[in-house]
Design a protein around this ligand. Structure first.
Ligand SMILES: [Cu+2]
Length: 261
């Protein structure tokens, strides 16, 4: 009898837990994405900006859901660009074109936010949806303490480049996949992906003044992406040093991104 009541309580608590987590779950959007911002369009249209998490400085994926009369659309003429209004001037940021992806029922793209929102300015994503223009304000948080996920550098050729960390997003002790992207800052609003660069790569743990073995310098994959490996032999404050080269020309030396975990 005692056993039976125990089982009853156990099953009851499972039901309660189950219903609780269901209520807490983010119902819209699907696939564990969170809603970042929403805007209405004419003819009962609507666009929602979804993310894996809240937007913060650096490389971010965005998932745009486009609804017409409450119905999710899988096609349409959609484009967007990130704009930061800094009062006396505006500028853009590296981003990709929107591409419909069936698994997330959304038009996916990335943005590399080069600054966080705050006193110096505010961000918006400016959309063109079937000829209609809508600007959606978004908040871009600062990086977590000890992290530098993006850097703009002036190279030896006088050009400005943006280096952004894509991976690891969840660093762990041991070997991690490393992925960075490089963009040329052609104008304040044009940031083409840069291919054909080579890297020297060297991670250092700043506070303990040591590096790690068996790292692999990132190698170009196209679309401005470069992949390698980083070995974090322990948790702590890691500084990832990169030398950027184009052929035999060293574009920039000791450019660093920081990861603290
Ligand atoms: Cu700015």
């Amino acid at each position: 009898m005692k056993k039976l009541s125990y089982l009853l309580i156990l099953s009851l608590s499972i039901i309660l837990l189950g219903s609780c987590s269901k209520d807490d779950a983010v119902i819209e959007p699907e696939n564990n994405k969170i809603l970042i911002a929403k805007a209405t369009l004419s003819d009962k249209g609507e666009i929602s900006i979804l993310g894996d998490k809240e937007l913060s400085i650096g490389y971010q994926k965005v998932y745009i859901q486009f609804k017409k009369n409450g119905q999710l659309q899988s096609s349409g003429n959609l484009s967007f660009s990130p704009i930061m209004d800094m009062g006396t001037m505006t500028h853009g940021a590296p981003s990709s074109v929107l591409k419909y992806t069936a698994t997330t029922k959304s038009f996916e793209a990335y943005v590399v936010f080069t600054m966080s929102s705050g006193e110096s300015g505010s961000w918006a994503l400016k959309f063109q949806v079937n000829g209609e223009e809508v600007s959606v304000p978004v908040v871009v948080k600062a990086a977590a303490t000890g992290n530098v996920p993006v850097k703009t550098v002036t190279a030896s050729n006088g050009k400005r480049y943006v280096l952004a960390l894509v991976q690891p997003t969840a660093p762990k002790t041991g070997m991690n996949e490393l992925e960075v992207m490089v963009f040329l800052r052609e104008t304040m609003f044009s940031f083409p992906e840069q291919n054909g660069l080579t890297f020297d790569f060297n991670p250092q743990m700043t506070s303990m003044n040591h590096g790690s073995p068996n790292n692999e310098a990132p190698v170009g994959l196209g679309n401005g992406r470069y992949k390698g490996k980083v070995n974090f032999t322990m948790t702590g404050d890691w500084r990832l040093f990169f030398n950027l080269k184009e052929g035999n020309t060293e574009l920039a030396k000791d450019v660093f991104l920081d990861i603290l975990f």
